[in-house]
Ligand binder design. Structure first.
Ligand SMILES: Cc1cc2nc3c(=O)[nH]c(=O)nc-3n(C[C@H](O)[C@H](O)[C@H](O)COP(=O)(O)O)c2cc1C
Length: 309
């Protein structure tokens, strides 16, 4: 029988204690309970569900996803059932797996964020945190995503307090202001920042001579963006000091996850890798334990930020 690695993988993000640092990334594992066909959702640190608007939302026209070298572009456009339907229909089967759940919310205005957060106020305690997806378009400022502005980020993190549980702010890698935005999110009460969402991108269909995605523009994810995301985590760690960072962007293996931890992340999320291998988050978790065990690392937390020297 294989020996279990004697490594303490537990970690803490502000007031949220997790058994290990590997989560799913929002929007890449359905509503979460679908994962149970491939892995035990309760074995992960947490399952982060697809971003929820207060109301049902149709998302963007097809096509919405397209494979690119070492990644994919998507313009799913935050399709979802709305918080109430999610609480009633999608959350119970996920909770039945024993998973710790993180509810991601989005809005087009600060009020819409507040409404989504209010609707989560009575959610069960197993919804351990709310991830505020600040990397979505701000209707009141057409040029920008909320997370491209320190003040707009402050406002949406503040609005999410209505959920009455720990808040994490999911940021955009598409701005050089990311460290300042991360600091603003923390000052507004975010207990952790998630770094980062997709990199803005697009693909042209040369035969049709038109943008390939229905929404024209999309977000690039997968291994292609990992160095961008690792650098964003490195920068954010320098700016934030002790504020926990959740690294996300192209994690497909344990060494990928370790890059983020060493750059300063306390935990990681696995997104695009789950599409080609639905077991990816569980495999990465297992291999992280093995990696630490082989190198005599007794607590994974020892590795956080070591690349800063
Ligand atoms: C198809 C798809 C849908 C996504 N939907 C969401 C979403 O609803 N909310 C969110 O915050 N991020 C969403 N993301 C971004 C991911 O959570 C993640 O930040 C990004 O893809 C980078 O990680 P990865 O390279 O591991 O996929 C989505 C990504 C993909 C590919």
């Amino acid at each position: 029988m294989a020996r279990r690695p004697a490594v303490d993988l537990s970690t803490r993000l502000g007031s949220v204690a997790l058994p290990n640092p590997v989560m799913t990334a929002s929007g890449t594992a359905g509503h979460g309970h679908e994962l149970a066909d491939h892995l035990d959702p309760a074995s992960l640190g947490a399952v982060v569900v697809k971003s929820l608007h207060a109301e049902p939302w149709d998302g963007n026209p097809a096509p919405r996803v397209h494979a690119t070298p070492a990644g994919m572009v998507n313009s799913v456009g935050l399709q979802g059932p709305g918080v109430e339907a999610w609480l009633e229909r999608d959350l119970p089967p996920l909770l039945a797996t024993g998973a710790r759940v993180v509810a991601s919310i989005w809005g087009r205005t600060v009020d819409e964020f507040a409404r989504a957060a209010e609707l989560l106020a009575d959610a069960p305690a197993e919804v351990v945190a709310v991830e505020v997806n600040a990397s979505c378009p701000n209707l009141e400022d057409r040029r920008a995503l909320f997370a491209h502005s320190t003040s707009a980020t402050t406002e949406v993190v503040d609005a999410a307090a209505a959920a009455g549980r720990p808040r994490w702010a999911k940021l955009s890698p598409n701005t050089p202001e990311l460290p300042d935005v991360a600091a603003a999110a923390a000052a507004a009460g975010a207990e952790a920042v998630t770094v980062a969402n997709t990199v803005l991108g697009m693909v042209v269909d040369v035969e049709a001579r038109r943008p390939l995605l229905g929404a024209q523009r999309g977000g690039l994810s997968g291994p292609a963006i990992r160095p961008v995301a690792v650098r964003a985590v490195f920068d954010a760690h320098e700016a934030l000091g002790d504020v926990p960072i959740i690294g996300v962007g192209g994690v497909a293996s344990a060494p990928d996850a370790l890059e983020f931890l060493m750059a300063g992340a306390t935990a990681v999320q696995v997104g695009t890798a789950t599409f080609s291998d639905p077991r990816a988050p569980a495999r990465i978790l297992r291999d992280l334990g093995r990696w630490c065990d082989r190198r005599g690392v007794s607590r994974i937390d020892e590795l956080i930020g070591v690349a800063h020297g």
